[in-house]
Design a protein around this ligand. Structure first.
Ligand code: AP5
Length: 210
């Protein structure tokens, strides 16, 4: 099964993708995580992406489409995958179609901008392994240290409040048109993701199985 999780920054795509990935035993593909690893490793792609990411802007389509194409060709994607953060523009969605990829379902996680601002302001991520926490809703067991690897847990650079405003603007301008794009193809389900993580997971799984 090939799934897309769509939603604003901080809507909970990554959180939900991780949960469904375990339940369905198919990989979660986060273009954000792939790009952050490229930046950390100083690859050519990472060097191109860094300034866009730091500013809360989208990385150019051709860079991200190339990354995605390589990733879904890997062996672990043979039985399906969950796209978390891709596509993010109509040209990216069209590129997926041009690759011959059949998407079974697109699940939009809908969350108000004000809730998002508070979630991202409280998010902390592990510098070493990328695990995600929230100071209020999901804090690490030891303050500032990752439960999984002991790395330092810090504020993501693009979670600074002024950058979050730019990311939300980018979402509404460039990514939200995908809601109509996939509605027109009869693939879209929308779930409201404002309650607890487990409540949203239940709705997402119902949408996957519907
Ligand atoms: P990316 O990493 O994809 O960032 P994003 O879409 O902005 O998504 P986030 O990771 O911020 O949010 P999320 O929805 O996954 O929320 P999460 O589950 O963590 O991309 C980063 C950058 O890379 C982009 O800005 C762009 O520059 C570039 N990029 C990536 N893909 C691209 C593409 N295709 N094209 C072009 N550029 C691209 O949840 C957020 C927080 O809320 C967490 O702290 C979590 O614990 C908490 N939380 C989650 N759910 C709940 C809940 N129900 N209740 C309470 N708290 C919750």
């Amino acid at each position: 099964m090939n799934l897309i999780l769509l939603g604003a920054p901080g809507a909970g795509k990554g959180t939900q993708a991780e949960i469904i990935s375990e339940k369905l035993n198919i990989p979660q593909i986060s273009t954000g995580n792939i790009l952050r690893a490229a930046v950390k490793n100083g690859t050519e792609c990472g060097l191109k992406a860094k300034s866009y990411m730091d500013a809360g802007a989208l990385v150019p389509d051709e860079v991200v489409i190339g990354i995605l194409k390589d990733r879904i060709a890997e062996a672990d994607c043979a039985n399906g995958y969950i796209l978390d953060g891709f596509p993010r523009t109509v040209p990216q969605a069209e590129a997926l179609e041009a690759m011959g990829v059949n998407i079974d379902k697109v699940i939009e996680i809908s969350v108000d901008d004000e809730v998002i601002k508070s979630r991202l302001g409280g998010r902390r991520v592990c510098e070493a392994c990328g695990a995600s926490y929230h100071i209020e809703f999901n804090p690490p067991k030891t303050d500032g240290k990752c439960d999984k690897c002991g790395g330092n847990v810090v504020l993501r650079k693009d979670d600074a409040p002024e950058t979050v405003i730019d990311r939300l603007r980018t979402y509404h301008e460039a990514t939200a048109p995908l809601i109509d794009f996939y509605k027109g193809r009869g693939k879209l389900s929308t779930v409201v993701g404002q309650e607890e993580v487990a409540d949203t997971s239940k709705l997402v799984l119902e949408a996957v199985n519907s």
